[in-house]
Structure formats: C-alpha cells, structure tokens
Design a protein around this ligand. Structure first.
Ligand SMILES: NC(=O)c1ccc[n+]([C@@H]2O[C@H](COP(=O)([O-])OP(=O)(O)OC[C@H]3O[C@@H](n4cnc5c(N)ncnc54)[C@H](O)[C@@H]3O)[C@@H](O)[C@H]2O)c1
Length: 311
C-alpha cells in the first residue's frame, strides 16, 4: 500500500466551514493531513470537523475572524496544540461586498480588504514565523480570483484584495525560497454560496443541486464546477511533489486547469532624454497600436438551452 501523500502533515484552512474551504479541508484530510478548520461560526466549524472525523480523518476547529494578528496567532497555536506541528496554510476565508464604485462605502472597501488581504498577510506572517523557527519546508497557498486577474464590474474592493494577494505571493516566494517554503496562489471557480446566485451559472447550479453532473459546457468551456474540483490542486501544491513550484498563480475549476503568466511587457521603446508629452503625442498611438489590453474575463456565450430562466 502506498503512503498517503500528506501523512503526518498538519494544515490550517481559513474559512473552511463551508464552500471551497470545506472541500479543501476534506481533501487534505483524505490525503493524510490533520486539519485545523477555521470559520466565524462555531456550529459551522463544528459540522465541518464532524464531516472529516466521520470519514476517519483528524480535525479540530479554531473559531476566529481572520484579519487581525490575534486570529493568525490563535490558528498557529491551535495547530501546534492539537497536532504538535504545522506544515500547510491555505488562506481561503473571504467575503463579498459588491457595489459599483460610486455606491461602494469605505466600510465595504475596508471589510473586504481586511478579511482577504490583511487576513492573508497576518496568517502568512505568523505561519512563516513558525516555519522559520522550526525549520519546516512548509507550504503557503493563498486564494486569488478571476476578478483580481482581469477586473470585474462592481468589485473594486475585491479586485484590489485579490490582485494584492497574487502580488504578495510573488514576494513571499522570493523571501521564502532560501528556507524551502513555497507560496502559490490558486484562482478557483466553483459553485458555492458566493457564486450560486449569479444567473449566468443557474443551469449548472440547478443540475448540481439535483445531484446531477453539471453540463459539460460549464465544466469544460467555462471552467465552472464543484468545490471538490478545485481541491485536488490545493492538495497537490501542499505535497512534496510540488516542492519546485512557487510564486505561481494557477487556475482550477470544473475540468479546467490554467497556469497564469506574471504581468509581461508588451512594448519596450527607448527615447534619449525620456518620454515628454510631445514625444508621446507623436509616437504612443503607433507604438501601442494593436497592443492595448482589454479588461474583464471573456466568457463564451451560453448556448440557448443553458440560458438562465426566471423563477
Ligand atoms: N466560488 C468561486 O467561484 C470563487 C472564485 C474566486 C475566488 N473565490 C474565493 O474562494 C474563497 C472561498 O469562497 P467560497 O466561494 O467558498 O465562499 P463561501 O462564502 O461559501 O465561503 C467563505 C467562508 O469564509 C468564511 N469567512 C468569512 N469571513 C471570515 C473571517 N473573517 N474569518 C474566517 N472565516 C471567514 C465564511 O463564513 C464562509 O464559511 C474566497 O476567498 C473567495 O473569494 C471563490
């Protein structure tokens, strides 16, 4: 019998009471890891622990709102107290406060930044502190979004947080390389509480709720599937097999896997003395012609039979 790839490892998954985080925690446990479940609600967290224990896995709950250092410290201490060590951090906790720019309040902005961006910063810092002090070649997995990669209408706060997370991951990868810790971002797409009210995905969500497979157009062409579809990538990045993969943004959803490029240069031109307004007015359009980038994710149109219906 081959040994489970994560046997003896200990993982924290933030926001793992439901949705993608729960699927990640369950799969990490299936592959042999002991898991710290984290969420803001005790009952949700306890139910998640139960679901893992019922399958023969090991899990405990640490209920704390990710964002401040106190929650990050409680998570690291929770892992060490329950299981004696820490090897893997999956920063998944998240909230949405979608509004178009003029309707978005300071509170909408600050909350989303606090949970996603500051939550990732504080949890990674405290986990890395533990890794360094204890010589652990650990794994950091942070969660981005197509919105952070491409932009999306009504998500200024979320776009800032998710693009910021991918930016931090590249920096983590540089700083952590010398001690063998990897840091990667996963860009998931899946049917969860966060996405299942989006009309575009209605037919896929309905099929899933009936216990049927989602239509292949969603799984293949849109890369939209179940939370469990993303969990394999999380588990692989957490394993020894992915020791040489760091600083990457990798997309997963349905039947699709995608490796994103870092921002790449499309045009580089030089002008002695620099680029004055006059020089740009004369040359910029010509230099950038055909090279300007579009914003927003390009979705293929839904076939007629998969269009959302009312009611
Ligand atoms: N569902 C998708 O298609 C999708 C796409 C891109 C990115 N994501 C990201 O994946 C992650 C999980 O999303 P989901 O779709 O499973 O959403 P979800 O709403 O189902 O789950 C998020 C979980 O995080 C918890 N949470 C919220 N604030 C918290 C805090 N401060 N501390 C601890 N827990 C907290 C919630 O209670 C909830 O259980 C998020 O970071 C989200 O932005 C999801």
């Amino acid at each position: 019998m081959t040994q489970s790839p994560l046997a003896g490892k200990v993982a924290i998954v933030t926001g793992s009471g439901q949705g993608l985080g729960l699927a990640y925690a369950q799969e990490l446990a299936r592959q042999g890891a002991s898991v710290v479940i984290n969420d803001v609600n005790q009952d949700t967290a306890d139910a998640a622990v139960e679901s893992i224990v019922a399958e023969g896995g090991k899990a405990v709950a640490v209920v704390a709102p990710v964002g401040d250092t106190a929650a990050a410290t409680a998570l690291v201490n929770g892992a060490v107290d329950a299981f004696g060590r820490l090897d893997i951090l999956v920063n998944n906790a998240g909230v949405l406060r979608d509004k178009s720019l003029l309707k978005m309040t300071d509170e909408d902005f600050d909350l989303v930044i606090k949970v996603h961006l500051r939550g990732t910063f504080t949890c990674v810092r405290e986990t890395y502190r533990y890794f360094k002090e204890n010589g652990v070649a650990g794994r950091i997995i942070a969660i981005g979004s197509p919105t952070g990669q491409y932009g999306n209408f009504g998500q200024t706060n979320y776009a800032a947080a998710k693009a910021g997370i991918v930016g931090m991951v590249r920096t983590f990868a540089l700083e952590m390389k010398k001690v063998g810790v990897t840091a990667n971002a996963v860009i998931p797409v899946a049917a969860t509480a966060m996405t299942k009210t989006i009309p575009f995905f209605q037919k896929a969500v309905e099929a899933d709720e009936r216990g049927e497979a989602m239509p292949s157009f969603f799984r293949h062409d849109l890369g939209f599937g179940t939370a469990a579809d993303v969990a394999g990538l999380i588990t692989w990045l957490a394993s020894d097999d992915a020791a040489d993969v760091t600083g990457q943004a990798i997309g997963a959803g349905g039947d699709r896997l995608q490796l994103f490029s870092h921002p790449t240069l499309l045009v580089t031109e030089y002008r002695e003395g620099g680029w004055s307004y006059e020089a740009l007015a004369e040359q910029a359009h010509g230099l950038f012609e055909g090279k300007l980038q579009t914003c927003g994710e390009k979705m293929p149109p839904l076939p007629e039979e998969l269009q959302p219906t009312q009611g």
